[in-house]
Design a protein around this ligand. Sequence first.
Ligand code: GLU
Length: 482
Amino acid sequence: MAVRVRIAPSPTGYLHVGTARTALYNYLFARKNNGKFILRIEDTDVERSSKEMTDIIIEGLKWLKLDYDEGPFFQSDYFSHYIDHIERLQKTGGIYRCFCTPEELEERKRKAISEKRAWKYDRKCLNLSQEEIEKNLKENKPFVWRVFIPEGKTGFNDLIHGLIEKDNSEIEDFIIIRSDKTPVYNFAVVIDDYRMGITHVIRGDDHISNTFKQLHIYRLLGVKPPEFAHLPLILDEKRAKLSKRSGTVSVLSFKDMGILPEAFINFIGLIGWSPGDNREILSLQEMIKLFSFDKVAKKGGVFDYKKLEWMNSKYITNSTNEKLYELLVPFYLKENIDLKEYPKEKILKIIESVKEKARYLKDFPFLTQFFFKDIENYDKKGIEKYFTSEKIGYLKDLTKKIQNIKDFNSFEIEKVYKEYIDEKNIKGADVIHPTRLALSGRTEGPSLFLMMEIFGKEESVRRLTRIFEFDIFTKQNDGGIV
Ligand code: GLU
């Protein structure tokens, strides 16, 4: 039987990290088994669903390259379809009309609670006579359809948790069609999974209680339910369910921060699943090969932001400069720097010079800002430490020497510096740090000689010479030149 799985997000909010991970596991399972991965937008809650959220969900899946084979299908396109199935279920005698109003239900529920009785629907409408039903219908009394839950047990063999069972006394006669004729999630989901030939339902643990209900609809339809795999929840560092309160949870905001999609996939893939060894860096292709439900954890996994940061920096370091260039254009534009206005060769070197230091793509403009703009602030502590008269003296000598370099590349520049250090019998740090401060205004940054090569001779000399005009520091106020 060909595997068919689906991701079924409700477009009532942004694409949540948890939904992305559910999508990933569905995708891995489908690809591993040469099956189909389907996108279904569950928008039956018309009030809370929006086209904007649907677009954001699709954009997020595209960003993560979780390509779906079919869809997007929209539940709202099938409203009449769900109603059509009511007739079929009605014939089984397993569903009934309930005319209780929300106010009546609320009243009875309140009474039960005040009498310390557990509340579930009290079946007031289960045994209405045919005449009563006819009368209510004639009076146009609104009604919902409920499923009758018989005595016994409901259970299923979950692919992750094994056998899960519940006594039917704990399951309410739940609603499947609202009084406005729209289907409730539990009903729409079963009809759709059945209609689309879904073979495996892979979704969050929080749906286990829904699965018990959904099994009763399959029973009434007389069809074999799909296999179920309920994934452990993603937790925050306090081991609470990951939510907005825990930090960023919307997938596209990770894109905006400059997380690489491959890093994000790798990271979420390993929350709650592991290939069985200690490998941390896995490509999507490797995950497809290694994925299996028996390696999915039963308990929730923690979303560790620090680990994501670490993983992303690894992916950045391992990316080609060309690839980073394309990805970085919008990040620089946000800082009013248009990379396309500069020679590409130069930008590729700039990227190379800092890529091991960047944790996010958004770090690049800051780390390389001085390549594009004149320095406005020299690090204050650096000034005290590195612009002493002695060291300024060294810089004056070196500025003269580097002007004679013919081929101004990092290798040649380094040679000149080395010779000077030996000649003067000083430490490398005595000239390297002051030069870096003069060129970038900072005490830390890319490798100095590569940085000088990127600036070129003229600009390097200009920035060094600027330091010799001492009054620029007297004008520097609070670390800034005024
Ligand atoms: N629309 C449901 C959700 O977003 C889908 C659950 C399911 O996969 O059945 O949680």
